[in-house]
Ligand binder design. Structure first.
Ligand code: GDP
Length: 300
């Protein structure tokens, strides 16, 4: 965890540090406020949240009087925490309400890190003593099923897969069936993310959802977004949210960007919390999203 924090801090702190430096200027003139705004926009915080934060900061700095570094730091910390949100339930739901395994569907555009995230999540669950079945329903990308199976073998989870180009819904159905037969605790289903036609995606994910629900409730739908893709990622999020009810967001490749503001933007966009973050390609590089640790990493 310490290592993850350090990595997050390395990649993120240009935003918070930049803001602190700007707020510490002797004269907080209009140009400086504009620079603060720019810093936030560049970090992908989004237009509205940026405006809100700048308004709040202006107001609070005005009543501060003397601006000691300590004052500024705690003020910025509070406001960033408010922006990121501390009231969301960020727990990934892997327990079923029914007497069946918890079922988690992982969706997102290819290349965002869906399969890797599914594997890492399996690892966390198995380490926690839960038995996991993986469903390789990404039959679009040729290597996806092999990749997932490799993860499964590595962490000790059985992978249910079908023929290449086979029907994702039938694999998802089989995976849940297998999970029930084995008395598994959790079934994780990796899906394909073809975005070129919305109806195609809708048909496919809708069908996966429907067949899974024949066995019991779908407990969590995680949308995987690549944090380095900025506005593009937000557009993807919008399309997926129209197609299926997203219950949580996984932001991957947060290690590869200083644009941590995407956390704020995507939560606003979907009204759904970031629950997990990917901080690298390795098996241990998936972490629960903790607002306080995140904001502390931002400020450095
Ligand atoms: P999928 O097509 O969405 O299933 O994507 P993959 O799981 O195959 O991941 C695509 C690439 O992104 C792979 O090279 C992964 O190792 C890499 N990747 C996934 N998550 C992360 C992350 O959190 N950080 C970094 N740096 N790379 C990641």
């Amino acid at each position: 965890l310490v290592r993850l924090r350090a990595r997050l801090a390395r990649s993120q702190n240009s935003l918070g540090k930049g803001l602190l430096t700007l707020l510490s200027r002797e004269h907080l003139d209009e140009d400086t406020w504009e620079e603060i705004e720019e810093t936030l926009l560049t970090a992908d915080v989004g237009v509205k949240p940026t405006q809100e934060l700048v308004d709040r900061l202006r107001e609070r700095v005005k009543v501060l009087g003397t601006r000691t570094p300590q004052d500024l730091r705690s003020l910025l910390r509070e406001e960033l925490l408010t922006l990121v949100g501390t009231d969301f339930d960020r727990v990934v739901k892997t327990e079923s309400a029914a007497d069946t395994p918890g079922v988690v569907m992982v969706v997102g555009v290819n290349g965002t890190g869906k399969t890797t995230t599914t594997g890492k999540l399996a690892r966390v669950l198995v380490a926690d003593g839960r038995s996991v079945v993986l469903g390789a329903a990404d039959t679009f990308r040729a290597a996806a099923a092999d990749q997932l199976q490799t993860w499964g073998e590595r962490v000790g989870a059985r992978t249910v897969r079908g023929p290449e180009g086979g029907d994702p819904a039938s694999i998802a159905f089989d995976a849940v069936k297998e999970g029930i037969a084995e008395g598994a605790d959790v079934v994780l289903i990796d899906t394909a993310g073809r975005l070129h036609t919305k109806t195609g995606l809708m048909d496919e994910l809708g069908k996966v959802k429907r067949v899974v629900e024949k066995h019991g409730p779908l407990d969590e739908v995680l949308l995987v977004l690549d944090a380095t893709t900025g506005q593009n990622g937000l557009m993807q999020a919008r399309v997926f949210a129209e197609v299926v009810d997203i219950t949580g967001i996984v932001l991957t490749k947060l290690d590869g960007t200083a644009k941590g503001g995407i956390v704020v933007a995507v939560q606003r966009e979907l009204g759904v919390p970031v629950k997990l973050v990917g901080l690298g390609e390795g098996p241990d590089d998936l972490a629960p999203f903790e607002p306080e640790a995140f904001v502390d990493a931002l400020i450095g």
